[in-house]
Design a protein around this ligand. Structure first.
Ligand code: NDP
Length: 259
């Protein structure tokens, strides 16, 4: 399966932390000497640069890493990012649409307008804009109408709504619906559209949810055993390394206590 990553370029959004960061490491560990290239994006550029350095050090790989600061909620920034990709990193084969967040826990009437906008612009509009920006590269590849992998990170929240999370749940239901529609639209091509919906994973996710309050975030995970970001990263890389004709279309993955 490592062979399938030979010479490939992988673009990951939200690679500065959690699942995105783990996914970058997992690709590098899986194919350390396959001429793999990683394009890592997020808003925190210093963190990305550190991760780029750590990947070559810790995985002892020859993977080439290009770190770019990018806010996916800014459509102009996405256009600029794609236009500015160095030639060496432009031939993207695998897009991991991972950047996302939840802000606040509040019943629908009390949700701050700004939180609502940030969640929709990042989780939904950002993911769609990124997909639209990269799709032409995929559509131009090969002789069968296009080739490449689009891996969208949704959430269990898009399937099982919870009180206090109506907007976040709605954004993730939108991700799921977009993913399923896109797969149908691209059915005649070799472009695989893969949806992965995690349950509870311990990352910075809940720190962001509680506006940086670490003690509130820690409380979420007390008394249960959440997944690790590596658990999700392994599934992402697994899906990307299947035979071309195998589409891992739709995966729900959660810790056993959450079932
Ligand atoms: P983290 O908070 O650890 O990581 C989120 C990543 O998204 C960070 O790298 C962050 O980077 C990036 N990000 C946030 N906003 C933007 C933006 N506007 N532009 C670019 N990058 C952005 O959380 P997770 O790893 O847990 O989250 C990854 C994905 O997994 C999200 O889509 C989340 O909804 C989903 N998920 C998480 C679950 C969990 O329990 N943890 C459960 C189900 C789904 P930076 O701040 O540097 O921009």
């Amino acid at each position: 399966s490592t062979r399938r990553l030979q010479g490939k370029t992988v673009l990951i959004t939200g690679a500065s932390s959690g699942i995105g960061r783990s996914t970058a490491f997992e690709f590098a560990r899986t194919a350390p000497n396959a001429g793999l290239k990683l394009v890592l994006t997020a808003r925190r550029f210093d963190t990305l640069q550190q991760i780029a350095a750590d990947i070559s050090k810790e995985t002892n790989s020859n993977v080439k890493v290009h770190a770019v600061q990018l806010d996916v909620s800014d459509p102009a920034a996405i256009r600029g990012f794609v236009a500015g990709l160095p030639a060496e990193f432009r031939d993207i084969h695998i897009l991991v649409n991972n950047a996302g967040l939840v802000r606040g826990v509040a019943k629908a009437p009390e949700i701050a307008e700004e939180d609502m906008e940030v969640m929709f612009q990042t989780n939904v509009t950002g993911l769609i804009n990124m997909t639209q920006a990269i799709l032409p590269i995929f559509l131009a590849r090969g002789s069968e109408g296009g080739e490449g992998d689009i891996i969208n990170i949704g959430s269990i929240a898009g399937r099982e709504p919870y009180v206090g999370g109506s907007i976040y749940c709605a954004t993730k239901a939108a991700v799921r619906s977009f993913t399923d529609s896109l797969r149908k639209e691209l059915i005649a091509t070799r472009i695989r559209v893969i949806g992965i919906d995690p349950g509870q994973v311990e990352t910075e996710f809940s720190v962001v949810r509680f506006y940086g309050d670490k003690s509130k975030a820690d409380a979420v995970y007390s008394g249960c055993e959440p997944l690790t970001p590596d658990d999700i990263a392994e599934v992402i890389v697994f899906a990307a390394t299947r035979r071309q004709n195998v589409v891992i279309a739709d995966t729900l993955i959660f810790p056993s206590h959450q079932g």
